[in-house]
Design a protein around this ligand. Structure first.
Ligand code: NAD
Length: 453
């Protein structure tokens, strides 16, 4: 399969297109390795995870270059965010493993956490290495063996990761990678009778197909799917600070983050001021060649994504939302590469298509509200529930709103990233939680030994 650089639209690599037979071979290897790997000590597994972590850090430049080539991330962003945050998942999984209590005895019954078995892991292209380590690291820490299918659109960093795992001395068969498409390799993994659990991060469409394919074999399925996260600005928020931060959070990674706060929910009587603040920051964003150190946003990751974003910008205009900046077409000056214009709509009705559907591009909707109850209703008015933000100077008011929002994470006043905080969706954003102790526990079975004494 060809791998296309979204900045040039040129083929930069070819990968093997795996088949169901390749999945069988990978599962056989993972199954054969499971008994020995699951019986290793915490110290043994932690030492390997520490080596994987160190090798990711040591190879930051190579990994950043690969990510930038395969999905268009600006090189500075790939170096500062895509790679180090991916490494963090490995460090955190190792740290949590070392402190984890695998068994406890209550009333003579031992309750023991044991690795679930062979895990099929399916990942997307938007944060390619980060999504891989968020699954592989806790699975290995738990004592599971894995079959990974990275996105066919971003397989280069995944191959470098496979080399890292090998160089870290992971025993043969514990980690397996099969490249290929969702329908060929992903479905074969989901349906495989000898895989005990699937974890998929991707679109709702793929998540539902995986659950269907997995149903016959009654394996555990955890899904990390889409989002349409609200950023609620309470009336006392410091708008001069919160609006620029909110715009940059929505556009981070060219808006291709499942948790991007793409609906800014603002007091109606402050709308004009907020539009002006948002347009100023959006117009200052440098979109361009991802190889340049000055670039903030590169192109969208692939042609399908570019077309999707264009369709949604057209829908916003057709539905009567006010275009504050950006708009359809490529960024002026680029006739090649999937460069979309950072686009802000205002006066957006919460039921418009652009306010309901995940766009996965640099498109922000500003939605006015009249009362705080309205704001909460709007925040909860999509089928998603992955993430949310609340901005306020009065922390009590912010906390009260945070408890009313139906989402797996709520951030108050743009806090620093917490890699230990559980991450996952309410509603159609999925089920299960990744990161930290919750992420590790996804990969366990629970056994009760009654009469343990
Ligand atoms: P996608 O659903 O197209 O692909 C994700 C993965 O699933 C890929 O590896 C793909 O090959 C595979 N796949 C596709 N169809 C499949 C099938 N029928 N059976 C098995 N596997 C299949 O998603 P994408 O375009 O790569 O990523 C974007 C989506 O991912 C967005 O919706 C985004 O919100 C979501 N996402 C969610 C999270 C989260 O943690 N909740 C994080 C990042 C991205």
């Amino acid at each position: 399969m060809p791998v296309v650089n979204p900045a040039t639209e040129q083929v930069i690599a070819e990968i093997a297109r795996g088949s169901a037979q390749d999945v069988d071979r990978a599962v056989d290897a993972a199954r054969a390795a499971f008994d020995a790997w699951s019986a290793t000590s915490v110290g043994f597994r932690a030492a390997i995870l520490e080596r994987i972590h160190q090798l990711i850090i040591d190879r930051t430049e190579m990994l950043a270059q690969a990510i930038s080539l395969e999905m268009g991330a600006a090189i500075g962003f790939a170096r500062a965010m895509q790679v180090p945050l991916a490494a963090e998942h490995v460090r955190v999984a190792c740290d949590v493993l070392k402190g984890y209590r695998f068994s406890r005895v209550e009333n003579g019954t031992a309750v023991v956490r044991e690795p679930i078995g062979v895990c099929g892991l399916i990942t997307p292209w938007n944060w390619p290495l980060y999504q891989i380590t968020a699954k592989v690291a806790p699975a290995l820490a738990a004592g599971c063996t894995v079959v990974l299918k990275p996105s066919e659109l971003s397989p280069l960093s995944a191959l470098l990761f496979a080399q890292i795992v090998y160089d870290a001395g992971l025993p043969p068969g514990v980690f397996n990678l099969v490249n290929g498409s969702g329908p060929d390799v992903g479905e074969a993994i989901a349906a495989h009778p000898d895989i005990d659990m699937i974890s998929i991060t991707g679109s709702n469409r793929a998540g539902a197909l995986v659950a269907q394919a997995a149903a016959q074999t009654v394996k555990r399925v955890t899904q990390e799917l889409g989002g349409k996260s609200a950023n609620v600005m309470l009336p006392d928020a410091d708008f001069a600070k919160a609006v620029p931060l909110g715009v940059m959070a929505a556009f981070r990674n060219v808006g291709q983050s499942c948790s991007a706060p793409t609906r800014m929910v603002v007091p109606r009587d402050r709308l004009a001021e907020i539009e002006a603040l948002a347009a100023t920051i959006a117009n200052a964003i440098v979109v361009g060649d991802p190889r340049s150190e000055h670039t903030v946003l590169g192109p969208l990751a692939n042609e399908a994504q570019f077309n999707r974003v264009q369709t949604m910008i057209d829908a916003g205009i057709r539905d009567g939302a006010k275009l504050v900046c950006g708009g359809p077409g490529r960024v002026p000056g680029f006739d090649q590469g999937f460069y979309a214009r950072p686009t802000i709509f205002s006066g957006v009705d919460p039921l418009m298509r652009i306010a309901q559907e995940e766009i996965f591009g640099p498109v922000l909707c500003i939605i006015p509200y009249d009362t705080v109850d309205d704001a909460v209703r709007i925040a909860n008015s999509t089928s998603y529930g992955l993430s949310a933000h609340v901005q306020a100077q009065d922390l009590d008011a912010a906390r009260a709103v945070a408890t009313r929002i139906r989402a797996g994470q709520v951030h108050i006043n743009h806090p620093a990233w917490d890699p230990y905080a559980p991450f996952g969706g309410y509603k159609r954003s999925g089920n299960g939680r990744e990161y930290g102790v919750h992420g590790l526990e996804e990969y366990f079975e629970t056994k009760a030994i009654i009469g343990f004494g």
